[in-house]
Design a protein around this ligand. Sequence first.
Ligand code: BEZ
Length: 188
Amino acid sequence: MPPPDVWLFGYGSLVWRPAFDHAERHPAFIDGWTRRFWQGSTDHRGVPEAPGRVVTLVAEPGARCWGVAYRIAPESADEVFAGLDHRERGGYARIELPVHFVEPGPAGPVPSGRVAGARMYLATADNPNYLGEAPLPAIAAQIARCRGPSGANLEYLVRLAEALRDLGAADDHVFALERLARELASPL
Ligand code: BEZ
């Protein structure tokens, strides 16, 4: 029997910058989870004295989180996940959930009916960098002013929002933050 497919679901920077070998890339979603800028970043989009904010998943009945499913060849899976585990060591754990694949529909992507188990990264409230909920203007202000070794926090937000628009994906939290943070970063 050939080794089983390994799938990775990206809902943050992996949507727009999959810096790992992958065999396939498909728009997809997970149900029962929502994307939130509630995780602090002290090593990528902020620094320990001024943490940026990056995304995590928060369980929410009825919610849907859009992203991208990547198929990783079985022979590269160990190396890919060792690299990602190291990069995301600032508070993320790996979980596995069902991902739903989509196909184009007349008014945007629609479920194709294909489902697979996929690995993904989750920062829970008990990790030391967790920041949690805050008013949207405060989160936007933090994103607008922070930067870290991987670049500006605003770039992370804007590139994620652009990639989600390209997928035809809805995300009120991300799009509202993008609007607020852009206004703060370049006042008229
Ligand atoms: C992502 O892009 O899916 C992601 C990667 C690492 C941590 C959290 C999310």
